[in-house]
Design a protein around this ligand. Structure first.
Ligand code: DHB
Length: 393
C-alpha cells in the first residue's frame, strides 16, 4: 500500500489529520490496532476548546456536535464550599467551550473519513517504522494474520502514550519531562440530568471533585481517589455521598441517578522537547500527556494536527519545508502553556497538602485572589477556552 501520509492511530489526532489532509488534496491511510467498536466506545474527556470546535466546523464534521454538544460560557470554581462563577465567554470576547464526549468526536470523524472513501485498517498492528531519514519511510504492520507494509512520504504517529511512534524516535533525539501525581480520578457516567448547567471544579478537604455532563440527561462526575484505588472499592452510594460532600454549597442539590460507567484515570504530566525526526512526526498523547484537570489533552492533540497540516500543505503545494521543520518548536509553545495550566488547575483543586500546611495556605490564597481579581479570572479564562493560534505566532 502506498500513500502520502501514513498515520498510525485512529484517535482524535489521527482521524482529524486524515480528514483535514483530504480537504487539502493530500492522501493518507490510517492504521489502528484496536477495533472500531473499541475506539468508538472508549470513554474519555469531553471538553472541546473554541479552536477545536472551529476546526471540526471548518472540516464540515460538526453537525451533530452543534446539535448535541453543550456550549458553556462560564465555569464554577469551589473551595471548601465557597463557589464562584468565572464567565470565561465574557472575559475572552466570546470564546467558549463545548461539552461533547471524545468518543462522539471519534465516531463523527470515523464516519466522515470512511464515507468519503478513506482507507482505515482496524485491528492492524503497526510493529516497525523504518527509513524515517529517507524520502520513503515504511510502516510494517500485521493485518488479518498477514504482514503488510505501508509506504509513504511521511509518518504521523498519533498512536498514544504507549505507541510505536515515540519508541521509534532515536535515543538522544529528545529529552523527557515528567511528573506523576500522588492521586487519581474515579470517574462516573450516570443517567441523571446534570446538577449544574456549567461545570464545577471543587477543592474539599476530602479531595477534588468535578461535576460535568454529557447531555441534558447524562451526568459525568469525578472524584479524587488513591493511585491504587479500584472501582470495586466504591459502592454507588459512597460515590454519590462523596460528591455531595465535596461539591456541596448552600442552596445547591446534587441529583443522583443510576451509574452506568466507572473508571479510574491516573494523573501525569509528561512531554518531550522534540516531536519529530526525519520524516516521522508525533502528535497528541504520543508526545505529551497532561493531567485531565482543565480538559486540555484532546485539544492539544487537535492543535498539533493543525500545525502538521500547515506543514504538509506547504510541502505539497509549494515544496516548502519551513513549517514542517519547525513543527515541534511551534507545537511546543502551546504544549508548555497547557502543561502549566493543567498543573495549576490540578495543584489548586486537589488535596495533596494537610490543612494548615504552607502548601494548603497557598491553594487557599490563590482561590481568594481569583475571587477578588478580574485579571486573574481573565488569565484562567483565556487558558481554559484555549488561546487562539495567532497568540503563539
Ligand atoms: C471533563 C473532564 C475534564 O478533565 C475536565 O477538566 C472537564 C470536563 C469531562 O469529562 O466532561
Amino acid at each position: 500500500i502506498k500513500t502520502q501520509v501514513g498515520i498510525v492511530g485512529a484517535g482524535p489526532a489521527g482521524l482529524t489529520l486524515a480528514n483535514w489532509l483530504r480537504k487539502q488534496g493530500i492522501s493518507a491511510v490510517i492504521l489502528e490496532n484496536r477495533s472500531r467498536v473499541y475506539i468508538e466506545s472508549r470513554v474519555r474527556a469531553g471538553l472541546l476548546e473554541q479552536n477545536t470546535v472551529d476546526i471540526l466546523e471548518n472540516l464540515g464534521i460538526a453537525d451533530r456536535l452543534k446539535k448535541e454538544g453543550l456550549r458553556h460560557e462560564g465555569v464554577n470554581l469551589s473551595f471548601n464550599g465557597d463557589r464562584i462563577r468565572v464567565p470565561f465567554g465574557e472575559l475572552t470576547q466570546g470564546r467558549n467551550i463545548t461539552i461533547y464526549g471524545q468518543q462522539e468526536v471519534v465516531k463523527d470523524l470515523t464516519n466522515a473519513w470512511l464515507d468519503g472513501g478513506g482507507e482505515l485498517y482496524f485491528e492492524a498492528t503497526a510493529n516497525k517504522i523504518e527509513d524515517i531519514e529517507s524520502d520513503n519511510p515504511k510502516i510494517y504492520f500485521e493485518y488479518e494474520g498477514e504482514q503488510s507494509v505501508l509506504e509513504c512520504d511521511f509518518v504521523a504517529a498519533c498512536d498514544g502514550f504507549h505507541g510505536l511512534g515515540r519508541k521509534t524516535m532515536p535515543e538522544g533525539s529528545y529529552n523527557e519531562f515528567t511528573v506523576t501525581y500522588p492521586f487519581s480520578w474515579l470517574g462516573i457516567l450516570a443517567n441523571v440530568a446534570p446538577s449544574s448547567e456549567e461545570l464545577i471544579y471543587a477543592y474539599h478537604e476530602n479531595g477534588f471533585a468535578l461535576s460535568s455532563s454529557r447531555s441534558e440527561s447524562v451526568s459525568r462526575l469525578y472524584i479524587q481517589c488513591e493511585n491504587d484505588d479500584k472501582v470495586e472499592n466504591w459502592t454507588d452510594d459512597q460515590i454519590w455521598d462523596e460528591l455531595e460532600i465535596r461539591l456541596g454549597t448552600p442552596g445547591w442539590e446534587l441529583k443522583r441517578g443510576p451509574i452506568f460507567e466507572k473508571g479510574i484515570t491516573p494523573m501525569r504530566s509528561y512531554f518531550i522537547d522534540n516531536m519529530q525526526k526525519g520524516r516521522l512526526f508525533l502528535a497528541g498523547d504520543a508526545a505529551h500527556i497532561v493531567p485531565p484537570t482543565g480538559g486540555k489533552g484532546l485539544n492539544l492533540a487537535i492543535a498539533d494536527v493543525k500545525h502538521l497540516v500547515d506543514g504538509f500543505t506547504a510541502f505539497y503545494k509549494d515544496a516548502n519545508t519551513t513549517e514542517l521543520d519547525s513543527y515541534s518548536e511551534t507545537a511546543l509553545k502551546r504544549i508548555w502553556r497547557a502543561q502549566d495550566f493543567s498543573n495549576f488547575m490540578t495543584t489548586l483543586f486537589h488535596k495533596h497538602e494537610e490543612h494548615g500546611s504552607f502548601g494548603y495556605q497557598l491553594q487557599k490564597a490563590k482561590f481568594d485572589y481569583i475571587k477578588r481579581s478580574k485579571a486573574y479570572r481573565t488569565t484562567i479564562s483565556e487558558n481554559y477556552v484555549g488561546m487562539p493560534f495567532e497568540a503563539f505566532e
